[in-house]
Design a protein around this ligand. Structure first.
Ligand code: G4F
Length: 328
């Protein structure tokens, strides 16, 4: 019998990490994850996404801010594949605390790359890059060669992680790649992101548990896909013959306003009666329009995305409605 492949996921308790863990378990991998020690003390809040598969995972307490911590974990596991998804990923917060965003997102990526290079150079490395790197993009849609113009500390940190990943590939021959993923959502999305904020509020308003939703810029446009589908392509990227970076998205863009309108109308509500604009929720610098050109991923990875914008919004709002109805 062939040996099980070992995968290590950072950010395993998050939206993408939890879907990826499930997917890799289904494929027969031995799945390891790095979690913060505080997560163990607060499992109900921090580990709910992996609750159903937790007994099949091998979890390690560690801190991305600490090289010795990362070094010890890599030394113990010696994974075949490493999926680096953990980050301070909330763009708004990155303006409030640039320094910890840089520390976790840049140093954390660097520590992993360095530990892998020194301890298990055959391990393939996936970096969760982001369409936020395009920022004020010079071209629409955005592709792998579109120039980066990040508009937030978060975006800057992801450009640094992207450059580190590419440099390890070029300088040390590491199989290190970046997935430049556009926004991806699901019922497992954190409540601070606009999609989940909208769907949870629409559901609560419908159930009489809330009466208002405060939002910022409704005119920003994003390319929103489904996280459950996006994690599968991460694995494909690590199982090709040569390491390459890819843009992943749907190729469609929609405004925040369209998202709100659809989510509320699915609950038979007119969003204009409930949504109020709060100027404090606008960002110091905004990314106005993102939309992916996935020609390269389609051609080389067979990227074939099928979930529509409508299906995504409806799945999220229905899931929130069912949840709040049950736990009210
Ligand atoms: O949901 P968001 O906070 O996501 P954002 O900033 O696009 O970033 C997400 O996608 C990136 C991929 O491009 C990831 F790298 C990143 O980690 C994260 O997952 O905001 C989306 C848009 C923004 O234009 C924001 O200004 O929604 C607008 N918005 C309007 N009102 C709001 C709100 N965003 C939030 N979070 N909350 C609001 O009340």
């Amino acid at each position: 019998m062939s040996k099980k492949k070992k995968a290590l996921i950072t950010g395993i308790t998050g939206q993408d990490g939890s879907y990826l863990a499930e997917y890799l378990l289904e494929l027969g991998y031995e799945v390891h994850g790095i979690i913060r020690r505080v997560a163990l003390e607060d499992q109900a809040h921090r580990m709910w996404r992996i609750r159903d598969v937790q007994d099949k995972l091998i979890l390690h307490c560690g801190a991305l801010e600490s090289y010795p911590s990362i070094f010890n974990i890599i030394c113990e596991i010696k994974p075949d594949e490493c999926y680096h998804l953990a980050a301070q990923s909330f763009v708004t917060y990155s303006f409030e605390d640039e320094f910890s965003t840089f520390n976790i997102n840049i140093n954390g990526t660097h520590y992993l790359l360095a530990a892998i290079k020194n301890l298990c150079p055959e391990c393939r490395f996936y970096f969760a890059a982001s369409s936020e790197m395009f920022g004020r993009a010079e071209e629409v849609p955005q592709r792998e060669i579109t120039r980066f113009h990040p508009r937030s500390p978060y975006g800057i940190s992801k450009v640094a992680g992207f450059d580190l990943t590419r440099n390890y590939r070029e300088a040390y021959n590491s199989f290190a790649v970046s997935g430049i993923l556009f926004n991806h959502e699901s019922p497992r999305r954190g409540f601070e992101f606009v999609t989940r904020k909208i769907t949870s509020s629409a559901a609560k308003i419908k159930l009489g548990l809330a009466d208002k939703l405060f939002l910022g810029n409704l005119d920003a446009k994003r390319d929103w896909g489904h996280s459950r589908e996006y994690v599968k392509i991460m694995r494909t990227m690590l199982n090709t013959s040569s390491p390459e970076d890819y843009v992943i998205g749907t190729g469609e863009t929609h405004s925040v306003r369209e998202f709100v309108e659809l989510a509320f109308s699915e609950m038979d509500l007119d969003y204009r009666k409930y949504v109020e604009i709060d100027s404090k929720l606008f960002r110091p610098a905004e990314v106005d329009l993102l939309v992916a050109d996935t020609t390269k991923a389609k051609k080389e990875l067979g990227w074939d995305y099928k979930v529509t914008f409508q299906e995504l919004v409806i799945e999220m709002v229905k899931s929130d409605y069912d949840f709040f109805k049950k736990h009210n």
